[in-house]
Design a protein around this ligand. Sequence first.
Ligand code: HEM
Length: 402
Amino acid sequence: MDTGMTVGEMLKMMRDPLGAPFFPPALQALLVATWVLHIFFVTLALGSSLFAVYAFAQQRSAFALQLGRLAARLTPNALGLGIVTGIAPLLFLQTIYDPLWYTANALTGFWSVGFIFVVMGGYSLAYFFYLRGQHDRRLLFVAVASLVLLFFAGWIMHVLHGVSIRPDRWMGWYMPNGVIDTRGITFHAYNVPRLVFMLPLQAGLSLAVVLQFVAWYLRGRSNEPAFLDWVSELGRKLGLSVSPLYAVTGLAWALSEGPEFGATWVAAPLVALGLALMGWFVWLRGHPQRRAWSVLVWLAGLLVVAVVREALRVASLARFGYSIAEYPYQIDWGSIAVFSVTTLVGVAVITYLALVIYQAHATPDGQISLRVERLGKVATGMLGAWFAFFLLVGLYTLLFLR
Ligand code: HEM
């Protein structure tokens, strides 16, 4: 349908008239960086869920069953972190890519609402299986159902993103053959290699690096060195077998989606990443003392994927002369101050919690150091003060700014 308006003009008109609250490229960088944590934790949840299902289904190896129990416990924890860390990129996305995100959500309305229930179901079933299902195989179907829902949630995410980066197709999807379709039920855009790359393969790699980390971390408190060696080697072998597939699937993703946006060059970083990871898992065989580093190596790898995703979005929008560098903005010091202090307080509290968990399990007696205790006092004090500040601002607004 001819609206007399170009796609670029349409996108510009859909922007928030108030503008972004900060320099758009800085928000873009934060979107990319925070998404790395999101995808790490959700794929870890998928990987551990998959392993738990495998371990409880096979019932042969005692080590696999023991690790399966740990994996069943890890799944809801990792998923919780994945959901929380999904909110950060979502906020940045909404400030600079609002025309894209809201349109994709409207065109896929049924599923963007359904997504919440799918995630809730996946989480609840994973938690139920961890609490009740670990003794025998009777409740295995619960773990399988959770895995299916989690995978489906990731698929919905992928579709929302795929729809959002194709603004030239929106009118056709909204009004196929001239008839408006408001059901929002169709999966308008997805790319199978990208989906396989994002979900099952990254799930395998996230699990592989965490197995390396677990084996290294538990060495101090566990009296089961044979089990930990097995875990470590399993992680390494898993990484070694998934990474070449990752390179090949990355290539397939680049060749299928790249030409559409004139960005086939993304094949180079994706293939290089898969090969570099393969090299890492080979190298690790001779350097087992470095296995804990696998997590950092993998996070760096996910940053490459995050940049590639962003490069594809930028390339897609550039076709219509649209760039977020031109997104209007108005520096809003109030929101920046609230954002910065909340981040500072949040990071302090999370650092404290992470250090307590780390130290509690790092030695057999689980001693927490005085320095960490002191950090805890400062961090919780800051949190209390910040709550009090919010309460006072609320009361002030209520009483004096009406
Ligand atoms: C089981 C739960 C989830 C899974 C498996 C999952 C998986 C994914 C995947 C695979 C992508 C990348 C899609 C692509 O590039 O093709 C993605 C992107 C994203 N996810 Fe999730 N996700 C989950 C839950 C959530 C939740 C609960 C939130 C928000 C609170 C969230 C926020 C985001 C955001 C903001 C993006 C980036 C979208 C974009 O750049 O356009 N995710 N997620």
